[in-house]
Design a protein around this ligand. Sequence first.
Ligand code: PLP
Length: 434
Amino acid sequence: MPDRIGPAELRTLDRAHVWHPYGPMPGRQEPLVVESASGVRLRLAEPAHGQLELVDGMSSWWSAVHGYNHPVLNDAARGQLDRMSHVMFGGLTHEPAVRLATRLVEITPEPLQHVFLADSGSVSVEVAVKMCLQYWRSAGRPAKRRLLTWRGGYHGDTWQPMSVCDPEGGMHELWSGSLPRQVFADAPPDGFDAAPDDAYVRHLRELVAAHADELAAVIVEPVVQGAGGMRFHSPTYLRVLREACDEHDVLLVFDEIATGFGRTGQLFAAGHAGVSPDVMCVGKALTGGYLTLAATLCTSRVAEGISSGDVPVLAHGPTFMGNPLASAVACASVDLLLGQDWELEVKRIGAGLRRGLAEAAGVPGVRDVRVLGAIGVVQLDHEVDMAAATRSAVREGVWLRPFRDLVYTMPPYVTGDDDVARICRAVCAAAKEG
Ligand SMILES: *Cc1c(COP(=O)(O)O)cnc(C)c1O
């Protein structure tokens, strides 16, 4: 193969050999070839619909909060690369992992004291579930091994996470018989600011109570359900879950993989409710979108419970656990975030999204427009035509990835006001033509 492969050839080879997310083989869509990325812009290898550069409205799925090719993150990666990019974590430790774990303990709710560094969000959810099941096994209550969640969620694509994804959109039918069967509450009523629905609160309490003897944990995405439908709910329901879990001896897991690191306007979405989970997962923006890394945090009660059982260890240990390169970049990314007024930036972007997306409310076929933190969502009353919607966004010079009935955006926090306005024009165009 030549040193550089041209874009046409790349697309041919891509179609023939490379799986893409939720894609068939060979691929049916024509992916755009990205050559490089800098700031909030993706540079294409060849113009698409007249654009060579696209403003990234997706932060590469919630992760690139500081934008691309950031000098501080580049330096952190280069510096670590010169020391070591990886070393096994069994019997060895190193500064990047220790520093990162300590930092995560400092910035997450106080009861969370122990950190398992996993290699992806889905794996961190697997670890969270394993922690909960093992906790109850150690406590002499092995029957407590089911999970409760509410509908409309998304927790990843591996086995346990899939079992708590929305049963309608989560391909449960495809896997029925193989997936663990979990307990599902109705989806939380819509609206971050909506007054709590008493009937729903009762529903949650009753369901936890009814299944308490078999429940290891309740697992939910706090405040924002992401890939399951981009829905926002009242933080009250998180307080209700915390109370119900305490009352009935059930652990509470918050999956903050999408919501963590400021995206919803609080550093972690649990902050909106003022409650702390027993176990919490973070990922996505953890490394500022540079490398794959996630973490599962737990309380001392959970850790001590596991470690005092008849199998007194947490039986999990991925090859790339605590990867130094990813940990070093994560430390730099967290420091970069906390070293600036991120709250102000998230508010600024939220205000820009509110302004720019208001127009979409009047577009025929639009059911709802909502903004929370630096997340903007336009929900249609029909399935979006992904190809048409993407095309109209690209024409506006913006990268979006609509799905189901949703055209949505969560821009990097460094996106300037003009680019936020441009993203909004693209979302409106995609909503019109999709
Ligand atoms: C993306 C996501 C995951 C899965 O993370 P991966 O790194 O893709 O495995 C889990 N939970 C939530 C809430 C997510 O948004």
